[in-house]
Design a protein around this ligand. Sequence first.
Ligand SMILES: [Zn+2]
Ligand SMILES: [Zn+2]
Length: 294
Amino acid sequence: MAFCARRSRRVLSEAASSRNTQVSPPRLSRVNGWSRPLHSFQIMAWTVFLTLAFTTFGVFIPLLPHDWRYIAYSVTGGVFSFHFLVHLIAISIDPAEASVRLKNYSQPMPTFDRSKHPHVIQNQYCHLCEVTVSAKAKHCSACNKCVSGFDHHCKWLNNCVGSRNYWCFFSSVASASAGLLCIIIVLLYIFFQYLFNPASLRTDARYRSISNKDTWLLFLPISPVRTNPCVLLALGLLVLLLALISLLLLGHLLSFHLYLMAKRLTTLDYMTQGRQQQKSTHETGKKGVSLQME
Ligand SMILES: [Zn+2]
Ligand SMILES: [Zn+2]
């Protein structure tokens, strides 16, 4: 019975119902990206960030010649720190409408009754949040609350992106792309030097006591681990591949948001326009067919 009661409180939001898809919004509205459950994409993003940071600062940058090493530490370190900060802020901000944040929304949300109201938000009043909202607000089915200046629900942040955290989200994407570019440049330089001038990668003082040119040191700054060239090159190739795939995905997302900014659109506006265009094309096609039949 308790299970049935819990299920009956589930809500089909305006956004989801318009696509005729059944979703199960959380019974309690989510506050931000730290609200449980954590999303698998969010955990994947943190794993990739930690893997890239650990290998770049622990293995690859220490191989660079003295001057370049400190430049790489400063530039890449600055970009990574900035990304970490804005990413945390984008996750931690509650993007809800001011009217939603002002009321206590820690109580279970009501079920949306479509027989009473055709839309979740009507005349800027949300029937689920039970507050007046601004014109650009949207009730997110994943967060189950109205989000101010709704852009999209980001699975990587596990939070909605709206007017309150859009700049942090955008800075996070831009800085992640810049950080990945730094890693790729460092790795390409290391591969190039390994082929043509490997001695330039062995300038650290701890290489003086190693006579075998096939012995390389990993994690030089903390506790050097001796390894052979195959392990170093395999690790370099894996990290390069991971960085290239990540840059491809993030670069695409960054250029999409730069396009939206140039057109002064949100992701929601863009998707709504796309659906309207599809609908009008479909209707024009239907009219054409009926005229041909006449
Ligand atoms: Zn709402
Ligand atoms: Zn959301």
